[in-house]
Design a protein around this ligand. Sequence first.
Ligand SMILES: C[S@@+](CC[C@H](N)C(=O)[O-])C[C@H]1O[C@@H](n2cnc3c(N)ncnc32)[C@H](O)[C@@H]1O
Length: 264
Amino acid sequence: RIASALAAPRTVALLRTRVRGVPRVRLAWTSGGHHRALAWATARALVARTSAIVNDPRAAPLRVEVAPEARGTLVIVPEVRPDPRFAYRVRDVPAASHPTIAAALARLGGVRPDDVVWDPFVGSGLELVERARLGPFRRLCGSDLDPRALAAARENLAAAGISNAELLLDHACRAHPPGVTLILTNPPMGRRVARDGSLGALLEQFVRHAATVLVPGGRWVWLSPLDRRTERFARAAGLTVEAGPHVDIGGFTARIQVLRRPGA
Ligand SMILES: C[S@@+](CC[C@H](N)C(=O)[O-])C[C@H]1O[C@@H](n2cnc3c(N)ncnc32)[C@H](O)[C@@H]1O
């Protein structure tokens, strides 16, 4: 029964959406233990049914959790290994960006070799690292209110081989690095900072300030936790706004926004 469930065309079709090439799976019994005879019999039965999915007890990227008596649910779990793309992430902060989101924001911002990049809520620095890895820039600046965040950013940037970023202890509504052409940031979402409902006021003040930091022709990519309001604030500050997708960031959603300051 286990082999038949695994060999079923819809199981294979589903797994092929998750891995490249022929899916390789490893059996794991929900009752614990090795159940070697059963594992062997299941592997042979699988080979007899299909070559579209392969049993690989040593290095399969997918784990099949199933009861030895083949009752109940068969659960297929991707084995999570450290992702080598983000090996530079040696230090974390409590609200650190997910590195794939940081990478997506950087790609949406694009690359200009004369870019002066600013992350006003730099945290552990993932957006700056991801932007630096995309291509040339003139300057990278990050600021944050928390010295522990700046220390984490310094370590991650160093681990990524980036030695020329400027990190400042400053409030996002006061820092004013000169000549900023690109703002990339993942701001507070109101879970740790501004939990008292003051997030809207902070973001309004920040949008108004950052719109003056960005040079004409500059762009700004971020995750907005209050997208309708920040869109309104941004338009009032003379920026254009492109709404991107909503992103699940661990239990609630924020929206990607691409803002631009016209001119230049
Ligand atoms: C969502 S985290 C940023 C995560 C970051 N992108 C990363 O890669 O780890 C928000 C950061 O904003 C900082 N922060 C909160 N309020 C701030 C303010 N008013 N000015 C500057 N930084 C602030 C926090 O200390 C925190 O590090």
